[in-house]
Each structure stands twice: as C-alpha cells, then as structure tokens.
Design a binder for this molecule. Sequence first.
Ligand SMILES: [Zn+2]
Length: 156
Amino acid sequence: MTATNHMLAGAVVAVALHQPILVLPVAFMSHFVLDAIPHFGIKEDHPAERNRHPLFRYIIVIDIAMAVCLMVLLPAILKGVVSRWVLMLGMFFAFAPDLVWIRGFISEMRTKTDFKRYGWFANMHQRIQWFEKPWGLVTEVVWFGAMATLLGFLAA
Ligand SMILES: [Zn+2]
C-alpha cells in the first residue's frame, strides 16, 4: 500500500495502544497485513519499466506529499491524545519495511535496468503483495477514509 496508508495505520496503532513496547511490533506487523490486501500498483514485466509509468510516478509524488503532511499535521492534531514520539515511531515502523525498496528504486532510476540483488526479506515482502493493480487505488482511498474516521473516534 501507499506510504500514506501505512503511516495512517501506524498512527491508529499508536493512539489505540500507547505503549511503545506494543506499538512498535504491532505497527511493524500492520505493514504486512495492509500489503496483503489488494491495493494500488502497476505490474510491468520489468520494475525499471514500471518506475517510468506516468500513473505510478503521479501516485508516488502525491503519496510522498500526503505522507509528509501526515508527519507534520498528526502530531499537532493528536497533541494530548498520544505522545508525539510514540506517534512518530508508530508511523515510522508501520512504513519501515518499504525502506527495503529504496536502494533498488534509486538504482533502477539511474541505470534503467532491473535491480536484482534483493534479499529474502524483500522477496517475502514482494510475495505478500499478491494483488497490485491500478484500480487498487479504490482500496487505498477507502482505507484512508476508514482509518481517518477510526483515528477520529479513538482520539475523541
Ligand atoms: Zn510494503
């Protein structure tokens, strides 16, 4: 799923559980649960090709902008509801497994060829994401709305 949705789930975990010792592992595991739900993605035969797909690029730019907004706004909105550090750690750990793609993505953008040196963790992570299609954007939007609503209830 998008970084925005992973981080929003991490925020829900942080607000629901509060305790860092619970928030960190649950936020981390939430990543794989979300990735197992059919979600947005573009499948091309070669990842390097996918990275140049206009819709993929458009969504990545929006996703990064929204994720940055969440990191700036949520600590302010949830002030007094959850510790700022627990919130930031929950959001970070919920997104963290996707850090594994960054090296390959940069290499693919530079060399225009597929990055093939992923380890077992990335391979497992990739297999969990069994369904990635453009219309999975619907899931992303619905998930965002549901989690934002849940966060509102938890924080009230
Ligand atoms: Zn992922």
